[in-house]
Design a protein around this ligand. Structure first.
Ligand SMILES: [Zn+2]
Length: 118
């Protein structure tokens, strides 16, 4: 069975669990401001995840699933968001520390990476 077919068979829950187990949820922590950027390394590369994007605490993910299926109401969360929430609950994620000086260049290269893929 090809990797892709096996992946499709796995539900979002299982995929999310695998991401957590493999520490593919990453917290980029900037000091001293303590600002955080969360990414999840999924099948399609990195996606950026915001667990409380707006004042109502709605989450955001930069993946296609989120844009096409979550925003349209077909599903409630993409597997990145499930993984990120779970990782946070279980305190099971990669932690990478940066200094605030690096924040802008980090964000810029992340966004470039995200938007060059679409
Ligand atoms: Zn996603």
């Amino acid at each position: 069975m090809t990797e892709e077919r096996r992946d499709r068979r796995l539900g979002r829950e299982e995929r999310a669990e695998k991401l957590v187990d493999e520490l593919r949820v990453k917290q980029h922590l900037f000091s001293p401001s303590r600002r955080q950027i969360w990414t999840v390394v999924g099948r399609e590369g990195d996606t950026m995840v915001l667990l409380d994007y707006d004042s109502k605490g709605s989450p955001y993910c930069s993946c296609d699933d989120f844009h096409y299926r979550v925003l349209s109401g077909t599903i409630t969360e993409c597997y990145h968001l499930i993984a990120a929430r779970r990782a946070l609950d279980q305190n099971k994620y990669s932690k990478i520390e940066f200094s605030d000086d690096e924040y802008e260049s980090f964000l810029r290269s992340l966004l470039e990476d995200l938007f060059s893929r679409t």
